[in-house]
Each structure stands twice: as C-alpha cells, then as structure tokens.
Design a protein around this ligand. Structure first.
Ligand SMILES: [Zn+2]
Ligand SMILES: [Zn+2]
Length: 255
C-alpha cells in the first residue's frame, strides 16, 4: 500500500514522503536540517525511518537541504548526472547513486520511474512511484507538458500536481518582466489552466487523490487552483488537496 505526505511545498522549500511497507523515500529536501527533522516529526517520522532521498533537480527549494541530511544520517541519494554536476558538491561522505532519467529502479518495496521534464535546470526529472497495485505520479517544476509526461502520468491512482501560478495574477504582479517570462516560459512552471488541461489529456479514471502543489504565494491562490482542477474533473473542490508551504499535506493512502 502506498502512502504519501508532504512536509512543505512551494518556492521556499519542498519535501515529499512516499512509503510502501517499510520503505520510506523522501523526494527533495529544500529545508535546513533542524527544520527538516521537526517537519518529519510532525508527520510522525524520524530521519532514521528514511530509506533514502530522491532528487528532482538542483534548484535550492529542492536540493538545499539534501546533502546535509544525507551525510548526517548516512542516507543514499539518487539524482541524474546533470543534477549532480550542477550541484557542484563533492561526493565525500555521500552515498551517491546516479540515475538514468528514463530507467526505472527498485528501492525496497517501491518501483521508482523517473521521467525527464522541461524546466530550467541541467537534467531535471519527476517521478512515478509504483507498487504491485498502485501508481502515484508527482509533477512539479515543469514549463510545459510533453507527450512522454502524459504517458507517464496516465492511469495513476494519485497525483501531486504543480499549480504554480494564475496567468492573470502573474501578469499583474510586481515581478520584473524577465522573471515573469521565466516563470511562464517553456522551461518554467505550470500555470493553473495548463495543469487542469493535463488532467483532461490523461486517464484519470483511477484517481483516488489529487493534490495541487508548488503554488506561488504571490501569483496564485488555492481557490483559483482548486477551481481550475475541479472544473476539468467535474468534482467538488473540497475533494482536491492543496499542499501548503508551511504544512505540506497530511498522509494520504492508496486503497
Ligand atoms: Zn521548485
Ligand atoms: Zn525548479
């Protein structure tokens, strides 16, 4: 049975937990050591419970806390070669495992399926997690949807899906024009209506959980993201979760 929870989500830091049986993977860690441990405790876990850390890409809100946590608790860390080289870190004291962005790997009781995404990082990936019964798809930090992304996320039982910004709020925000172009660009972040359109393009017939994630605190509102997603799925807005910067979201379980 797959369980998942977020310790926090957004440009200030991200960390997601995915479990099956005794396997507990952390996906990204954008928080400092003490903050990570206290957020883990809030989710009922300790660093010693972690099987390892999977990294999506080198941006600070995802990688910022990874190496200290991994070294302190002797955790293996998986990432692509491009993410590793962009991190400019040395591998001393690290159990580093370089992954192929198109090749699945098995970690304990979870099958991990990485897939490449267009984002302004060196070799960014996102992940699908599978056990014998279910699939959880995770997609944040992506500028535009590709056919391969649609194929990977189709038929998932749960999705954590980036709803970064609302197009109008971003356009009207005080951000400099260059930053607006970066965020809205093909290697930037997903806009609410584009995230919603993805749901229309993939098989959502098995979907038990949908959580909107990586919301911009300045250029989005949970109500706008929920309305966009619910409109496409024809569901109640309350059925969809929202990951917050402070608390992420509580454990959800696939039945
Ligand atoms: Zn990010
Ligand atoms: Zn990023």
């Amino acid at each position: 049975m797959i369980r998942f929870a977020s310790l926090g989500s957004g440009s200030a830091g991200n960390a997601l937990l995915v479990e099956s049986g005794a396997t507990c993977l952390m996906i990204d860690c954008g928080f400092g050591l003490r903050e990570t441990v206290s957020r883990l405790q809030r989710a009922g876990r300790q660093p010693a419970d972690l099987t390892g850390i999977l990294v999506t890409h080198e941006h600070g809100d995802h990688l910022g806390g990874v190496f200290r946590l991994a070294r302190k608790y002797a955790l293996p860390v998986w990432m692509t070669h491009g993410t590793w080289s962009a991190s400019r870190e040395t591998d001393a004291g690290l159990d580093l495992r370089i992954i192929d962005s198109h090749r699945s790997l098995t970690v304990g009781e979870l099958e991990v399926l990485p897939f490449p995404v267009p984002h302004d990082a060196r070799e960014p990936v996102q992940y699908v997690f599978a056990d014998s019964r279910h699939r959880l798809g995770v997609l944040t930090d992506i500028g535009e949807i590709t056919p391969h992304v649609r194929a990977m996320l189709s038929g998932c039982d749960a999705l954590v899906l980036e709803c970064n910004h609302d197009a109008r709020m971003l356009a009207e925000s005080a951000y400099p024009a260059s930053l607006k172009r970066r965020i809205a660009g093909r290697y930037g972040h997903l806009e609410n209506s584009v995230a919603a359109a993805l749901l229309d393009q993939i098989d959502c017939s098995k979907l038990q959980h949908l959580v909107a994630a990586h919301l911009s605190e300045r250029n989005n509102l949970p109500t706008l993201a929920l309305a966009a997603l619910a409109r496409v799925l024809g569901c109640e807005e309350a059925w969809i979760g929202v990951a917050t910067p402070e608390c992420g979201f509580d454990w959800r379980e696939l039945q």
